[in-house]
Design a protein around this ligand. Structure first.
Ligand SMILES: [Zn+2]
Ligand SMILES: [Zn+2]
Length: 354
């Protein structure tokens, strides 16, 4: 089968022929319907180097995956060939306390997994191929009625990650609250939709690109701002001087974090989701009193069940552009150039619909 491979650090991914894997005991082979092209893959191709992560190339990219159960290994119960499934992407050890509590992103014993802190497309072979070997049936969520696996694929990260980040701030998102989404790309536009679908808060979206601001408005943002030199001031002005109760920074640069601290109200949450590599100085006077700053990583299985449920009811919908596997290299070039709105999903060319 064809697969989009990362063969070495600091190189773009390449299309190669690889063997179709066979599922062993407990494993499931998924025929891939769609695999989302994520900005973090660009970080893998161009920024990470030897020794920075506990795993490395070669592996097949694609960590936002959905498809159909194709073949099940010995001992797998509750799944049947042809069932549409989404793949939970973070693969922990499965037996520690955190994994048992459905927090595999924060597994206590990542060293017991073949790709510590990773999963399919992150150290292990991912879904930018015709088939994806899933090492345990617990990583699969059967899709609810009416949800197409091509559209479900990007939800497993691009919606799940903002959902996890927003869910932990639900108690601060009341009818009189304001949430600010900085960066309206694949994750950001779904972040706006998650805020709209699960909270009564006012939503302000921020993005340099006009097309992204349009996407934010289509996704339900009340206000979409281009960031000027005083972004914090712009947000304060839009909130009658109060500032933001929750800031979700999908960029994570020095500039956006400093703006986030400037726009946060007392008691606010600032959540860093973007891998921009920026830092936020913390002192007694800044950010304001009782502001909590956190980073979050991805989400977990029960949250994916909730995300897919929202999507099946039309409350979340990724803006998806589909591309053949053969076009994947070009898709990442376009993603790097910032010319993709919403989410590009790679659709392997020989897929079928049972
Ligand atoms: Zn991703
Ligand atoms: Zn674990």
């Amino acid at each position: 089968m064809k697969a989009l491979r990362l063969e070495a650090w600091h190189t773009p991914a390449v299309l190669r022929d690889v063997e179709v894997p066979e599922p062993g005991p407990g494993e499931v082979l998924v025929q891939v319907a769609g695999s989302g092209a994520c900005h973090s893959d660009l970080h893998l191709m161009h920024e990470f180097g030897a020794g920075q992560l506990p795993w490395g190339p070669p592996f097949t990219l694609g960590h936002e995956n959905a498809g159909w159960v194709h073949t099940i290994g010995a001992g797998v119960r509750g799944l049947e060939p042809g069932q549409p499934v989404a793949v939970v992407g973070a693969w922990g050890c499965g037996t520690c306390a955190r994994c048992r509590a459905d927090l595999e992103t924060y597994c206590d014993h990542p060293e017991r997994t073949p790709a510590p802190g990773g999963g399919g497309g992150l150290g292990l072979d991912g879904g930018m191929a015709e088939y994806l070997l899933v090492p345990d049936a617990r990583h699969l969520v059967v899709l609810p009625e009416g949800l197409d696996p091509v559209h479900a694929a990007p939800l497993t990260d691009a919606a799940l990650t903002p959902y996890h980040a927003i869910r932990r701030s639900w108690s601060k998102l009341n009818p009189t609250s304001t949430a600010v989404v900085i960066g309206v790309g694949g994750l950001g536009h779904l972040g706006v939709q998650v805020l709209r679908a699960t909270t009564p808060a006012r939503v302000i979206a921020v993005d340099m690109r006009e097309s992204s601001r349009d996407l934010a408005r289509r996704s339900g943002a009340d206000v979409a701002l281009p960031p000027g030199p005083d972004l914090a001031g712009q947000v304060r002005e839009a909130t009658e001087g109060l500032g933001a109760d929750v800031v979700l920074d999908f960029v994570g640069s020095d500039e956006t974090l400093s703006a986030a601290a400037g726009m946060a109200r007392h008691l606010a949450d600032i959540t860093i989701v973007g891998l921009g590599g920026g830092t936020l100085p913390v002192s007694f006077f800044s950010p304001p009193y009782e502001v909590s700053v956190q980073s979050t990583y991805w989400g977990n299985r029960h949250e994916l069940v909730e995300v897919l449920d929202l999507a099946s009811r039309g409350l979340l919908q990724a803006e998806v552009e589909t591309y053949a596997l053969e076009e994947a290299v070009t898709v990442y070039e376009r993603l790097a150039a910032g010319t993709i709105d919403g989410r590009a999903v790679i659709v392997p060319s020989t897929f079928y619909r049972p």
